[in-house]
Design a protein around this ligand. Structure first.
Ligand code: PLP
Length: 374
């Protein structure tokens, strides 16, 4: 048996995306060439741009293709610093692509706290913006739309109103939200917003950034003037066409993948606690903590049973580290006992049932072992 419930890490590439990529690779043509093959390649790229733009309700002319969510986040943040922002406000639950890019920049960084439910504290933001020092330039605020570990959906629209009133720059990492909930970049009030193909059923290594009129984007790479001069280099056309096809499928049929309530209740009855249970959350994401049973032991026990989930902690290079997201929610020692289970477009109820059966069995074994030791 093999059950994959780690779709927030990456989801299976949709058949429509594979078909689009294969078809693109079978043809010749550089989108910058002016002959027939080049024009056809450009048409393929612009069709994909249209699908991606529709998914996030942005004008296609404001969508730049990137190498992924990481680069899209970096372009936004680094552009704001280049345009004069000397102090960045990032929420305590941002992805490392925001946290580490901010830390590596020349700007000062302040962290917007979250409540114990993992929701950004907008009272803090309001107070902080009210005493903004003009010498720090325009405030840049990064708040993701949905968190990758807990699935908690953030009050981005309300945050954006505060940021706009302070003439700031609102950046929204919508990488985990896209395809799972509606993402309307303009209604949200985002000045910049990033998404990534491999989280919606497209290939890895492609993403996009959309920008509004108040964002001043700097050039990412010099070169042949691609992406309206912002990002030189021949475009990743196969990847972009797969991204477009995935975006089109998502737009036409939103991702399922949520855990049936009856299963959640069975897990809770055996001692699992759903993190941020009362907060608005992505339908596909379940972050569970079980006191006394560490994340790595849970992940390994489930893996042996053929069920793939993620430790609820940041996992880089195969090593599990304490999660800054769960720490920011004041979970204390419980943060070391979290797992993240995330469904996707091809997840079935049988997958969730298999996960629950494996988890309950492993939990019973773990509890029995602990009793023996005690
Ligand atoms: N932002 C969030 C919230 C993510 O979950 C991820 C990927 O895990 C990224 C950004 C980075 O996207 P990519 O893998 O396309 O660089």
């Amino acid at each position: 048996m093999s059950v994959y419930l780690d779709h927030n890490a990456t989801t299976r590439v949709r058949p429509e995306a594979i078909a689009a990529m294969v078809s693109t690779m079978e043809k010749v043509g550089n989108p910058s060439s002016i002959h027939a093959a080049g024009r056809a390649a450009r048409a393929t790229m612009e069709e994909a741009r249209g699908h991606v733009a529709t998914l996030i309700a942005a004008p296609a002319s404001t969508v730049i293709f990137t190498s992924g969510g990481t680069e899209a986040n970096a372009i936004a943040l680094e552009s704001a610093v280049a345009a004069g922002s000397r102090r960045l406000i990032i929420s305590a639950i941002e992805h490392p692509s925001i946290v580490d890019t901010a830390a590596a920049s020349d700007a000062a960084v302040e962290v917007m706290p979250v409540t114990s439910d993992g929701v950004a504290d907008l009272d803090w933001l309001r107070g902080r913006l009210a005493r903004w020092d003009a010498a720090d330039g325009r405030p840049f605020v990064a708040l993701m739309l949905a968190n990758n570990e807990t699935g908690v959906i953030q009050p981005v629209q309300a945050a954006a109103e505060l940021v706009r009133a302070a003439d700031g720059w609102m950046h929204v990492d919508a990488v985990q939200a896209a395809g799972k909930i509606d993402v309307d970049s303009r209604a949200l009030g985002a000045d910049t917003l990033s998404i990534s193909a491999h989280k919606i059923g497209g290939p890895m290594g492609v993403g996009a950034l959309t920008f509004g009129p108040r964002a001043v984007l700097s050039r990412r790479q010099h070169g042949g003037g691609q992406e309206r001069g912002r990002r030189g280099g021949t475009e990743n056309l196969p990847g972009i066409s797969g991204f477009g096809a995935a975006a089109n499928s998502v737009h036409n049929a939103k991702t399922g993948g949520s855990c049936p309530i009856a299963i959640v209740e069975r897990l809770k009855a055996s001692g699992a606690v759903v993190v941020a249970e009362s907060a608005p959350r992505l339908p596909n994401t379940l972050c569970l903590v079980t006191a006394g049973w560490t994340s790595d032991l849970q992940v390994m026990a489930l893996d042996l049973a053929g069920v793939m989930v993620s430790a609820g902690s940041a996992c880089s290079s195969g090593k599990v580290k304490a999660s800054p997201v769960l720490a920011a929610m004041n979970l204390g020692d419980l943060a070391a006992c979290a797992i993240r289970v995330s469904g996707g477009w091809n997840t079935t109820e049988a997958d969730w049932a298999a996960f629950a059966a494996a988890w309950l069995e492993a939990h019973a074994r773990h509890a029995a072992r602990r009793k023996e030791v005690a």
